[in-house]
Ligand binder design. Structure first.
Ligand SMILES: NC(=O)c1ccc[n+]([C@@H]2O[C@H](COP(=O)([O-])OP(=O)(O)OC[C@H]3O[C@@H](n4cnc5c(N)ncnc54)[C@H](OP(=O)(O)O)[C@@H]3O)[C@@H](O)[C@H]2O)c1
Length: 232
């Protein structure tokens, strides 16, 4: 494992995260399957291990202690980390109406979608610094774009992704040798995206995998969709 590229994907037990992990493993990465649920995480690891190299890491990104434990565990197993894909995220059912939503909905959404990726990045930066070409990919959403204002859909989720884009810009400034980018996967058929979404998980994962494995290392501090920089 010492000379192999290593990637950690959070929320890799299903949806876009699982597909990103599968595609990275198919490209020869050793993939750390991050999941909060042990059973689901091990099942995903087992599936990916049939054709690639993967281990399971329990990580609940809404819990700072869980993040710290995961970082310790991975540091004991790996001498470096090349890629962190901050994929895990939530879209709560009750997230409707900027005035109507409760403080609890707003806080829970930001804790997972914004604070979580920032804490995971902080926790894994020491290991990422041991890579020749470290990368952080924050899975954001077009819903967080401010260019055309907002349309009122899922306000806490959208604010959490706008703020995640801010986290991306700040981390890129703080980590000059890293490639740190936000990415929008498009509208993807997963539990979150629903069955009417226009993209398959393969299509949704492809832009994320490109940033994780192929994009120029100099591309940093940007918001990307379909391999192109888009406005914040
Ligand atoms: N689907 C879309 O159309 C779409 C569009 C734009 C952006 N995105 C973004 O893409 C990412 C993946 O979404 P998806 O569509 O694949 O959603 P999904 O099918 O609902 O999967 C979400 C993943 O995140 C995990 N997760 C949630 N909270 C977590 C926590 N506290 N700790 C660890 N893992 C946690 C889930 O784990 P459990 O199984 O344990 O719940 C699951 O693995 C999200 O960041 C989402 O905002 C999706």
């Amino acid at each position: 494992m010492q000379h192999r590229k290593i990637a950690l994907v959070t929320g890799a037990n299903k949806g876009i995260g699982f597909e990103v992990a599968r595609q990275l493993a198919a490209r020869g990465f050793h993939v750390l399957i991050g999941a909060r649920d042990v059973k689901a995480g091990r099942a995903a690891r087992d599936k990916i291990s049939r054709d690639g190299s993967a281990t399971f890491v329990q990580i609940d990104i809404s819990d700072p202690e869980s993040i710290a434990r995961a970082a310790d565990e991975v540091s004991g197993q790996c001498d470096h980390l090349d890629v962190l894909v901050n994929n895990a995220g939530i879209l709560l059912e009750e997230d409707r109406g900027a005035v109507a939503i409760t403080r609890e909905i707003f806080e829970a959404t930001l804790r997972t979608n914004t604070l979580g990726p920032w804490l995971v990045a902080k926790g894994f930066v020491p290991l990422l610094k041991k890579s020749d070409a470290p990368r952080i990919v924050n899975v954001s959403s077009g819903g967080g774009q401010l260019e055309n204002g907002a349309d009122g859909w899922a306000p806490a989720y959208c604010v959490s992704k706008t703020a995640l884009n801010g986290v991306t810009a700040q981390l890129a400034a703080a980590l000059p040798n890293f490639a740190v980018n936000s990415v929008c996967p498009g509208w993807v058929r997963t539990e979150m995206g629903g069955e009417n979404a226009t993209r398959s998980v393969q299509e949704g994962a492809s832009g994320i995998v490109w940033l994780a494995a192929e994009a120029p290392q100099e591309l940093s501090g940007k918001f990307v969709k379909d391999r192109k920089v888009i406005p914040w």
